[in-house]
Write a protein that binds this ligand. Structure first.
Ligand SMILES: Cc1cc2nc3c(=O)[nH]c(=O)nc-3n(C[C@H](O)[C@H](O)[C@H](O)COP(=O)(O)OP(=O)(O)OC[C@H]3O[C@@H](n4cnc5c(N)ncnc54)[C@H](O)[C@@H]3O)c2cc1C
Length: 423
């Protein structure tokens, strides 16, 4: 099977790279073994929230020179501040073309309200999530934070007490009594945000939800609900807001995350509309090399029939997605055996203090400044690495996971497009 580009991994990085390539007329295939980190994410996208030395970042783009000094191997430092700024702006446009209108800007981080009722700096958030400016406060004094009876993946009391403590709001707590969820509720493993959303998104059920919220929210100026609504589109939330006549927002729940899945589906649909091929449930196992070039990829489902492509993009994620594997004596990139940043001594991989930055989060594939993957110190000519599989940064401590994925994806898509023009 012949493609212009094969992307390994269908998470945020792989899908956005493939979309940008398909928009430029490339025939792309995305091979993806399983669920991506988006299924577990908040739905908000981080660009840069903190420097390695712990300094909080207000303006991600303005902080890039300081980041380059503190972390020269960070993917943003490899690409350079000007390029990151251009690509961050292009990212917002790409998401809009996928139907995802996000709030936020690259110039200034904003704060999103977390499921615990605290706030966290981020770059772009779905319109459904309550946010404030840095240093700002929520514009309402009386809130209703409503859970759903029997749903344990969101604790309204916890969210309400942090909101009251941190922002001085009066937050009424109640649980929505919704008999239409009884069938799901009877099976605790089924009573999850995604399945609830499938029921509540049905227009007739939305009317029942509206009445119950009206009953419970009373005089509240705004309503916060667990993100169990709007799996396919923003429409159910818009309808709810209109029917109630007051602001309604969603707070992320424990995974699976409706807000993250929504983004995944929007990206996947855009790729398929552009003619891209998505191969879910398949795994790239190994490659044939012709000198410093990859000449074929072998997958679990296609056995001995290789996928052939001019260019290959590795977007297989970190340990969480098996893009990296920790073995007793080292960290390995399992498909190509690429060079990996890591610590030689196992005891240096992690710190005992769970809340300290963990060294293993910076482990990952080494690349050159164009994000071409290195093997034995040499760049593989037609293999790029993007997203969480790449090393040299800490997505959690630095709050930059989605940004590195998206900016890297668009950079690589452009590199590939330019190469083909000049070839
Ligand atoms: C639990 C969790 C929550 C997060 N939440 C946030 C958040 O809220 N905001 C934020 O900015 N960042 C968040 N991050 C950081 C996150 O890493 C990035 O934001 C980004 O989503 C990573 O995307 P990715 O495409 O590089 O990797 P992934 O999302 O991990 O996707 C990699 C994909 O590759 C597939 N794959 C792996 N190996 C192969 C193979 N050999 N063949 C075929 N397919 C393969 C996997 O099945 C997976 O689908 C979170 C990370 C984790 C782990």
């Amino acid at each position: 099977m012949q493609f212009d580009v094969v992307v390994i991994g269908g998470g945020l990085a792989g899908l956005s790279c493939a979309i940008r390539l398909a928009e430029q007329g490339k025939r792309c295939a995305v091979v993806s073994s399983g669920q991506s980190a988006l299924y577990f994410s908040s739905g908000s996208l981080d660009l840069l929230a903190q420097l390695p030395d712990g300094t909080a970042v207000e303006s991600p783009l303005a902080a890039l020179p300081a980041l380059a000094q503190q972390a020269p191997q960070h993917p943003y430092s490899l690409l350079g501040a000007a390029r990151v700024a251009t690509l961050a702006a292009e990212t917002v446009q790409l998401l809009a073309r996928c139907g995802m209108q996000m709030q936020g800007s690259s110039e200034h981080n904003h704060l999103r309200v977390t499921p615990l009722g605290t706030r966290r700096a981020t770059w772009l958030s779905p319109q459904a999530i309550p946010t404030t400016e840095l240093g700002g406060v929520l514009p309402w004094r009386k809130l209703a934070v409503l859970g759903i009876e029997g749903f344990l993946d969101f604790q309204p009391q916890m969210a309400a007490s942090s909101l009251a403590e941190e922002q001085g709001v009066m937050a009424k707590v109640a649980s929505l009594h919704l008999p239409l969820l009884d069938r799901l509720r009877n099976n605790p493993s089924e009573f999850r945000a995604v399945n609830i959303a499938r029921v509540l998104d049905v227009p007739e059920n939305l009317a029942v939800l509206t009445e119950e919220i009206r009953r419970q929210a009373g005089e509240a100026e705004a309503v916060f609900l667990p993100a169990c609504l709007g799996l396919e589109s923003d429409q159910p939330l818009a309808a709810l807001r209109e029917a109630l006549g007051k602001p309604v927002f969603l707070l992320p729940t424990l995974p699976p995350s409706v807000l993250g899945m929504r983004l995944h589906q929007a990206l996947r649909q855009r790729l398929q509309q552009l003619g891209g091929v998505f191969m879910p449930g398949d795994t790239v196992l190994r490659a044939d090399f012709d000198g410093q070039r990859i000449s074929g990829l072998y997958t679990r489902n296609h056995t001995d029939i290789p996928l052939r492509a001019q260019q290959v993009v590795l977007a297989s994620g970190s340990f969480f997605s098996n893009g990296l594997v920790a073995e007793f004596d080292g960290i390995r990139e399992p498909v190509f055996g690429l060079d990996v940043y890591s610590q030689p001594q196992r005891e240096d991989w992690s710190r005992r203090d769970l809340f300290a930055p963990q060294p293993y989060l910076q482990f990952g594939v080494q690349t050159d400044a164009s994000l071409r993957a290195l093997k034995q110190g040499q760049a593989i000519v037609n293999l790029y690495a993007i997203g969480a599989v790449v090393g040299g940064y800490d997505p959690l401590q630095q709050g930059c996971g989605a940004g590195v994925s998206l900016v890297g994806a668009l950079h690589v898509a452009q590199q590939i497009a330019m190469q083909e023009v000049s070839a």
